[in-house]
Design a protein around this ligand. Structure first.
Ligand code: ATP
Ligand code: MG
Length: 386
């Protein structure tokens, strides 16, 4: 394949969620055609792509069609089966690679990768059997039991206050392979989005600060308020080492905890753009989705510049219900009246509680103004301040 893959070619994506949709938007604005493979006939990305192949991820005919259409292929969620990416990778440039995605799909592999890179992570144990459960050292409790695979938005996680609760928690999660990790006292959470090309050049977005509610990202602030620059450098450097060691090509997000004692600990990573980087569409001169297009097509990477302070608020399906549980449309006019507000809705027809329906980014000349307007927007939507 000739590099770069020129505009006018077709870029394919495995997965049709909101991340795929924003990838498609970025690819189209650079003049590419786009193809999406997702079983859902009305997926957010499928609805805006030039071609939508509505088959299962492992469907051979579907994969063949995606290859036929696409000059290069990426993925938008880490639960795309690695074998599907391997099949595609045998015939087309695929970024990130199946091997890199496989590491990110498994919390045990992910944590050993962090440790190999010299990046600290939470003390943990891999649980695969009753014997493993009995053998858990007391130092891991109280802890959080997480399924090794297929977790997202806090799903597949159970709090484990003590040893007695552990066996029950493992049963609740279906006795599948799990990670028990020590519950850490979090001072704050931050993440880093890095893009790396095939020649090993990498660029990154500024460190962003994330607030989670009920295990789901609720608010991202950039710049991270009062973050020690040395800690920010440490996070950027750790993300670079993590990407480098996988010879990663594409966009990678690494989530970190900052502990009360100031230590930085890696939580997990995602082999794709990330919810905490959505602000980059409106606040940076190159978004995380454009970085994904550039790495996939082999176009030059340039260091993104944050031109505005930003606060991103996730819009979950809960906002579509009033106090009595009746469905309603949030008051978009009230939100759009606020200066610097950028509304992104993903075109999902069916609002459900906890479902990511869209996000709102507020940009401003400085962080104080962005935060003030974002808090106003939150109030208008009925969300708590932060
Ligand atoms: P997502 O895919 O949305 O990032 P996830 O379901 O993969 O989330 P994690 O990132 O592992 O889950 O955990 C979700 C949140 O739960 C974290 O952002 C953090 O707030 C909290 N959490 C997870 N692990 C720990 C821990 N060891 N100690 C304290 N809090 C934790
Ligand atoms: Mg997470």
């Amino acid at each position: 394949m000739k590099v770069p893959i020129q505009p006018g070619s077709t870029l394919g994506v495995m997965g049709g969620g909101q991340l795929g949709r924003m990838f498609v938007h970025a690819a189209q604005s650079l003049g590419y055609f786009t193809a999406v493979l997702d079983p859902d006939p009305v997926s957010p990305a499928g609805r805006v792509a030039h071609y939508h192949i509505a088959t299962a991820y492992l469907d051979e005919a579907g994969l063949a069609q995606l290859m036929q259409r696409s000059h290069a292929i990426t993925t938008e969620f880490e639960n795309v089966p690695a074998p599907a990416l391997r099949t595609l990778g045998a015939h087309r440039p695929v970024a990130p690679s199946a091997d890199a995605v496989a590491v990110c799909q498994d919390r045990a592999a992910e944590k050993s990768h962090f440790m190999q890179c010299g990046v600290p992570c939470a003390l943990h144990a891999v649980l695969d059997s009753d014997a493993d459960v009995e053998r858990v050292p007391a130092s891991l409790l109280p802890g959080i039991l997480k399924t090794a695979r297929l977790g997202y938005d806090g799903k597949g996680q159970v709090n484990v206050p003590d040893r007695q609760a552990l066996q029950a928690a493992w049963n609740v999660l279906g006795r599948v392979p799990c990670i028990l990790e020590q519950r850490l006292a979090l001072h704050r959470e931050v993440s880093v989005i890095i893009a790396r090309d095939a020649l090993g050049h990498s660029v990154s977005l500024p460190v962003q600060q994330n607030l989670h509610r009920d295990g789901i990202l609720a608010v991202t602030q950039v710049p991270a308020p009062d973050l020690d620059p040395a800690l920010a450098d440490q996070a950027l450097d750790a993300a670079r080492r993590i990407a480098e060691a996988m010879r990663y090509v594409g966009v990678l997000c690494v989530e970190f905890f900052v502990l009360a004692d100031g230590r930085l600990v890696a939580n997990e990573m995602a082999p794709r753009p990330h919810n905490s980087g959505h602000y980059s569409i409106d606040a940076c001169d190159v978004s995380q989705f454009e970085l994904q297009v550039r790495t996939l097509a082999g176009l030059p990477l340039v260091q993104p510049r944050l031109h505005s302070a930003a606060v991103m608020i996730n819009l979950l399906g809960d906002l579509w219900f009033d106090g009595a549980g009746h469905q309603r449309e949030p008051d978009w006019s009230a939100v759009l009246r606020l200066p610097g507000s950028h509304l992104h809705l993903y075109g999902k027809a069916d609002p459900r509680r906890g479902r990511k329906m869209g996000h709102l980014t507020v940009t401003a000349a400085d962080a104080a103004h962005a935060r003030a307007v974002a808090i106003e927007a939150a109030a208008v939507l009925g969300l708590p301040a932060f």
